[in-house]
Design a protein. Structure first.
Length: 192
């Protein structure tokens, strides 16, 4: 009688690009069957620490009809400013964190969607930069944006897939969507 407990005889998950494609396909099927599973709410709190420093705490989030990361240690990140922007340069500034969020999401999205399509990614590295004109932030010109006027991403992807295919996968990124298209931001201020 064969040993059915050996790893060779037990089917494992299909993996591609370090992604469990079997679990991904199960998730896609579940969301198709029950769209409410796809609704997520991410949240963070922030506290000004004085001067250029503020601290963001990222803890639990809601998704797949349940609360996640409950009771786990939250992630704590700080925002700072460089001395040329009147800070102490103890942490990246928020617009640098935005670049990190954008390129990180584009990279993960590309790897995940490529895996779902059976496209092997052998390597992926990126360079990202963007232009900001302080005249907008300082209120010196209403013709100059307060934020980035342009962001440029240069990715090097080791794959046999076409340029067009990989470009389409990068555009599936949720952060790319937020940054490249306007998203409503509602602000509620309570004076204490």
């Amino acid at each position: 009688m064969p040993d059915t407990s050996s790893p060779r005889s037990m089917p494992g998950p299909v993996m591609c690009n370090g992604v469990n494609v079997t679990a991904m396909m199960e998730t896609i099927s579940a969301v198709k069957e029950t769209p409410a599973i796809g609704a997520f709410n991410f949240r963070a709190t922030n506290k000004w620490m004085g001067g250029d420093t503020n601290r963001t705490t990222i803890g639990s989030f809601t998704g797949a009809k349940q609360e996640h990361r409950v009771g786990a240690m939250p992630f704590v990140v700080e925002n700072g400013e460089h001395p040329v922007l009147l800070g102490q340069d103890k942490a990246p500034n928020p617009v640098e964190w935005l670049l990190h969020a954008l390129i990180g999401c584009m990279t993960t999205t590309t790897a995940y969607h490529a895996a779902a399509a059976g496209i092997e990614i052998r390597s992926m590295s990126s360079m990202i930069d963007g232009d900001i004109d302080l005249r907008g932030f300082l209120g010196l010109s209403d013709k100059v944006r307060k934020g980035y006027s342009e962001i440029r991403v240069k990715m090097r992807v080791g794959t046999s897939a076409s340029h067009e295919t990989i470009l389409a996968l990068t555009r599936m990124s949720p952060v790319f969507d937020v940054v490249s298209r306007s998203v409503p931001v509602k602000v509620d201020i309570e004076i204490v």
